[in-house]
Design a protein around this ligand. Sequence first.
Ligand SMILES: Nc1nc2c(ncn2[C@@H]2O[C@H](COP(=O)(O)OP(=O)(O)OP(=O)(O)O)[C@@H](O)[C@H]2O)c(=O)[nH]1
Ligand SMILES: [Mg+2]
Length: 417
Amino acid sequence: MEQPQQRAKQRAFCIAALAEGDDLSELGELLRTSGVAVAGEMVQHRERPHPNTYLGPGKVEEAKQMAKECDANLIACDDELTPRQERNLEEAVGLPVVDRTAVILDIFAAHAASAEGKLQVELAQLEYNLARMRGLWTHLERLGGGIGTRGPGESQIETDRRLARDRIAALRKRLRQVGGTRAVMRAERERAALPTVALAGYTNAGKSTLLNALTGSEVGVRDRLFHTLDPSTRTWRLAGRQYLLTDTVGFIRKLPHQLVDAFGATLEETRRADLLLHVLDASASLEQAEMMRHSVEVVLEEIGAGETPRLLVLNKVDMLDQQQRHELRLRHPEAMLVSASSGEGLEELGEHIEREFRRTLCPVDLLVPYDHGGSLAELHEVAGDVTRQDTPEGVRVRALVPARLAARFERFAVAPS
Ligand SMILES: Nc1nc2c(ncn2[C@@H]2O[C@H](COP(=O)(O)OP(=O)(O)OP(=O)(O)O)[C@@H](O)[C@H]2O)c(=O)[nH]1
Ligand SMILES: [Mg+2]
């Protein structure tokens, strides 16, 4: 799918209108992930972007000159542009303009592996393009080799829009069907009543590495943005009990709303977890880390996981010295410090989670008659700390079960001895 020779020809001049700061490194990282080189950059400090041209008129002129001097053939903007801003900028600078959303969508398109992931990305791209009244695919042209063209006639645009709307409806329907299968699988898991833990966090925080380290699996890991798009769930054994651990798509500052919308089903796994591990790259600068932590909180809120219990996991501490670790502990006294690579802190993390779950368990005292072997087997699956004793009337059992399952065994309840 990658076409390095063609892609390397893209040289972007990066622009941003920021209230403060001048850090365009993340946009640069996104562009590189997408195979585009960074030729130069410019930041204008302003309260909010210019409504017509994003940068102010004088700065647009300056950007045009600078882009020319560094031989850029593309302008990349660190925000999502309105269609009008994009058009005006393109006209004024005389170069194609891509915004942050287009770049992120392009990366998602390149990384989508599963059928569902591809559908979700296509849906997000269509919605983005539809709002822009442009031909179906343009710009980075990864998906169809440039089916659409810039500036098609009105009737062409109308046809494209109609096609796009039809396709969007078809995609939504298809995704609902796929989502149905997912719901069935989830229902099965819920019947098995395993506690579920989901990994959430900024892209590249080390979520997949952590999943692998904890469960001994081999989910793909790479030092690139948005490597994981499809959720993967593994069982995780902890103190004799089985948990489900789910890894899913990473978040980013200004995550395009089209993606949040399209990835709704995938993010459902995050929303429904009993516990969220918010994985944060602790090797980042304080400022970076704070920005990443905040962005993740915002997205979690947005997808309706704001209330899910969560635990902050500071990863990559192998890159820190004692002083830095000490500062982190003071800053986040509730957090766990771990290194998914070296294994440091993973045992403590497991113990902590185990303790938290134990607190939600409910003690039961039962007398299960001998002809109810099925219930006994079920109990063994979901309960911890089971002690049993055979008596003439049946099996006398004492165990800890998840509160939401206690009712299943109520009919066997007896007074504690
Ligand atoms: N030094 C160090 N590097 C780590 C650690 N955990 C992960 N990494 C590296 O960080 C990079 C990203 O790791 P992933 O596990 O792919 O991150 P992710 O959060 O799953 O990223 P996305 O799937 O893109 O959202 C890889 O190069 C890992 O090798 C750690 O504890 N220490
Ligand atoms: Mg990953």
